[in-house]
Design a binder for this molecule. Structure first.
Ligand SMILES: Cc1cc2nc3c(=O)[nH]c(=O)nc-3n(C[C@H](O)[C@H](O)[C@H](O)COP(=O)(O)OP(=O)(O)OC[C@H]3O[C@@H](n4cnc5c(N)ncnc54)[C@H](O)[C@@H]3O)c2cc1C
Length: 348
């Protein structure tokens, strides 16, 4: 039998980030995951954006969450791979009212909202029209597929990762520990994303999962500066030399991970409204975001003290994961309370 402190189920951004937190704190753990059962983390462009564009307000807890992102830089050092990149987001302003709102909010939130810029067609000849954009600062991207891939390789090298499906009926929940196959753990933390719907211990957690799709194109031309995302309804995100990701949408009805041609054509027509350029579609992906009520879902099972959950990262996995991993760690090991608005008990 192998004895560890924590058994983690799932290797999306939640499970992997929690594993790093435990690793840093020298707590033993093992991840059991079948990474392609849910593709959400693997397909996400993984932008962190501190602003909600609807009213140009900061996202929940934005400053605190941004401060926690140094976590990924520490992982970069351990893995010796580059994972994070700073970006600006050019949000297209459509009229005077939007400009006025931007300028008002910029006064209130100077950490996130920068100047209004004139993006001149003479400087970007493939743009169909010059654009007026508000610039979001302090945004960025995590190369999340690379983060997960290298992390799992590393965890495998220290015997802390098993690639396998987790079968709930094989988990023996005892008073102060759990037993699963040949693993004995003090705690199990479930990080299965939207597949928590299969979890009989946390079946009271009712998420509102949202499917999203991403199209990847390649052009022979330079469209945008390397560290600049253009946002209208969709975002156009540089993804390496002459490659761009376009997306995303929200579909709460068709909860499968199949890419659909209607969404692809919608994205491409929005792209073509902005740029006059030939391109080739080189990828089209779909995933299901584990969204709840715009707050994460963290905490201990109301009845079984060894069972914990880290879920509900929704549309903001990159911004939320380091903060949630820290909160969960402190709850398990320091007995620190988790705020009611994030606590799993609100779902009972
Ligand atoms: C199209 C799209 C675009 C997005 N864009 C962004 C973005 O730009 N920025 C951002 O921050 N977020 C974005 N997101 C959201 C982000 O991807 C999610 O917040 C994040 O993926 C949630 O991670 P998770 O680890 O909770 O869940 P998941 O990524 O779903 O991971 C769950 C893991 O558990 C495994 N698993 C589940 N059940 C079992 C089982 N029984 N046995 C073994 N393994 C199991 C799954 O295979 C998977 O590896 C986007 C999502 C989508 C779909």
């Amino acid at each position: 039998m192998k004895q560890v402190e924590v058994l983690i189920v799932g290797s999306g951004i939640a499970g992997v980030t929690l594993a790093w937190k435990l690793y840093q704190q020298q707590k033993s753990f093992i991840i059991i995951s079948q990474p392609r059962l849910s593709l959400s983390s693997l397909v996400a462009p993984a932008v962190w954006n501190p602003i909600v564009f609807k009213r140009m307000n900061p996202t929940w807890n934005a400053s605190v969450l941004l401060d926690e992102l140094t976590f990924y830089q520490e992982t970069e050092k351990t893995l010796q791979v580059s994972l994070v990149q700073s970006f600006h987001i050019w949000h297209i302003l459509n009229n005077n009212d939007e400009e006025k709102l931007w300028l008002n909010k910029k006064e209130l939130y100077p950490r996130f909202l920068g100047d209004i810029k004139w993006i001149d067609k003479n400087d970007y000849p493939l743009l169909k029209h010059s654009l007026k954009c508000g610039e979001v600062i302090n945004a960025g991207r995590l190369n999340v597929a690379k983060y997960i891939y290298h992390s799992l390789q590393f965890f495998q090298s220290i015997n802390a990762y098993v690639e396998d499906r987790f079968y709930y009926d094989r988990l023996d929940v005892q008073e102060n520990q759990v037993v699963y196959n040949d693993v004995i753990a003090r705690y199990v933390v479930f990080c299965e994303g939207y597949l928590v719907k299969n979890n009989p211990w946390f079946d009271f957690v009712k998420l509102k999962p949202a499917k999203g799709e991403i199209v990847e194109i390649e052009t022979k031309h330079y469209l945008l500066p390397e560290n600049t995302i253009l946002h209208k309804h969709i975002s156009i995100i540089p993804n390496g030399k002459n490659r761009y990701l376009i997306g995303s949408n929200y579909d709460w009805t068709n909860l499968n991970e199949e890419a659909t041609s209607s969404v692809k054509y919608q994205f491409l027509s929005e792209f073509e409204e902005l740029f006059d350029v030939s391109y080739e579609v080189i990828g089209h992906y779909a995933g299901i975001r584990p969204a709840a009520d715009r707050r994460p879902v963290l905490g201990q099972h109301p009845q079984y003290a060894s069972l914990w959950i880290m879920n509900g990262l929704g549309t903001k996995g990159v911004l939320l994961a380091p903060y949630c991993a820290k909160k969960l760690y402190n709850a398990i090991y320091e007995n620190e309370p988790i705020e009611t608005e994030m606590h799993v008990s609100r779902m009972i």
